[in-house]
Design a protein around this ligand. Structure first.
Ligand SMILES: Cc1cc2nc3c(=O)[nH]c(=O)nc-3n(C[C@H](O)[C@H](O)[C@H](O)COP(=O)(O)OP(=O)(O)OC[C@H]3O[C@@H](n4cnc5c(N)ncnc54)[C@H](O)[C@@H]3O)c2cc1C
Length: 388
């Protein structure tokens, strides 16, 4: 199929879409990426965890499809006999609830069970028996993923998509998109900061947290903003056997990371747009995270922070869910952005489904209809309650 597709943004969403377009549909997209080192890309700074504990069925289905893809990753994205590895492990997610949150956990659990997710609801005594290192003080219920939840090397997944896309004929060019040429409802070209103009038949906007200014150049308002999230890496004197990714009722999360641990919590500074990534809020760890860690896991009383990093969630302020599908008002433009902290895990399914949508070809990935940006115009939010 000869169709000139241009993708703006070569992070995991753009790379996955380019990969499936080329591999499955013979469409060799041009991917415009301003920073081939990915120094600020969310995909390079992700905690890269995957779960099925969402409140929206479409999110569960996308993650299930993606997980199955990750299990076959070596075969799916092999290039010249080299099979990529992403170190996927599946210790599960453990959502903890106080009495106030138990009903929500039960409601979400019912939705997850219907979608085929294996999630166990555990009373405090069961939690205590299963995780002797956990304090169940103040807890009424926990929801533990028994299968299909864990974490992996996200940057390696992005690079694997990129390599496979290139091997199948996609082209990555280093340039910054600054605008578009259009006639009526059709985009004809992408204009770049270096003065180049790249003609295109189809446009995909996959610029992550920076998608809104580009959409504005097309007269479309996308409610996607760069929201900084700090991640702290720490050592603890004790190992926590079978430690899942734990989400405390207040929003604190932690998980194992090899011999170390990662933790994060909602920001405490009003969550401004695009603060510098090197402005790590170390007080967040000392004053908020560490006291909560020590209260939930007594062995975390004596932790030592080793390092920290920050990246931007590409936060969709409308409903905290991905925007994936046709851009309203245009006949040849699509987007995949705004995944609000769960885009890494959904990139395989979104890339496959979007490539099929663009080409009119086939994919057995879940349909993206529920995530189409059209819902913005209709004022119809698809609220995801489980945003970490
Ligand atoms: C701290 C943190 C933890 C996270 N944890 C998880 C997790 O546990 N699980 C999960 O699933 N997800 C997680 N995420 C979210 C996940 O990483 C993102 O959803 C995903 O990486 C988004 O990919 P993307 O390709 O849309 O965006 P990006 O990776 O940001 O890629 C967008 C690319 O577009 C380029 N670009 C932007 N503007 C232009 C332009 N004008 N011209 C050319 N190029 C441009 C950028 O340089 C960038 O490389 C986390 C994110 C962060 C920051």
């Amino acid at each position: 199929m000869n169709q000139a597709v241009t993708i703006v943004g070569g992070g995991v969403m753009g790379a996955a879409t380019a990969c499936f377009l080329a591999r499955d549909h013979g469409v060799r997209a041009t991917v415009i990426e301003r920073d081939p080192g990915y120094s600020r890309a969310s995909s390079a700074l992700s905690a890269s965890s995957i779960r099925q504990q969402f409140s929206q069925p479409v999110n569960i289905r996308l993650s299930q499809w993606s997980l199955a893809f990750l299990h076959r990753l070596g075969d799916e994205l092999e290039v010249d006999g080299m099979q990529p590895a992403i170190g996927l492990v599946e210790p599960g997610y453990l959502y903890l609830a106080s009495a106030a949150g138990a009903q929500t956990l039960r409601r979400n659990h019912a939705i997850q069970r219907v979608a085929g997710a294996e999630i166990a609801l555990l009373a405090p005594a069961e939690l205590q028996a299963r995780f002797p290192w956990l304090s169940v003080e103040g807890l009424a219920l926990g929801a533990l993923g028994l299968r299909g939840e864990g974490w992996f090397d996200g940057p390696a997944l992005m690079q694997a998509f990129r390599r496979k896309a290139i091997a199948c004929g996609a082209r990555f060019v280093t340039a910054q998109a600054v605008g578009f040429e259009r006639h009526g409802q059709r985009v004809h070209a992408v204009r770049c900061a270096d003065g180049s103009v790249l003609p295109t038949e189809t446009l995909v906007l996959a610029a992550g947290a920076w998608s809104a200014p580009l959409a504005r150049a097309l007269d479309i308002e996308l409610p996607v903003r760069p929201k900084k999230r700090d991640v702290f890496v720490f050592d603890a004197p004790a190992a926590l056997p079978g430690c899942p990714l734990v989400i405390d009722p207040g929003g604190l999360w932690f998980r194992a990371d090899g011999p170390r641990f990662l933790a994060g919590a909602p920001p405490r500074d009003g969550d401004p747009d695009e603060p510098p990534l090197d402005a790590i809020d170390h007080g967040l760890f000392d004053e908020v995270i560490w006291p909560q860690l020590a209260a939930r896991v007594p062995a975390f009383e004596a932790v030592r922070v080793r390092s920290a990093w920050a990246g931007y969630y590409e936060m969709n302020l409308f409903d905290h869910n991905g925007l994936a599908g046709p851009l309203p008002g245009l006949v040849n433009a699509y987007t995949a952005c705004g995944f609000s902290g769960h885009g890494m895990q959904q990139s395989p399914a979104v890339g496959s489904a979007l490539a099929a949508l663009i080409t009119g070809g086939r994919s057995d990935a879940p349909a993206l209809t529920a995530l189409w940006p059209q819902r913005l115009l209709e004022g119809r939010p698809l609220l995801e309650q489980n945003v970490i």
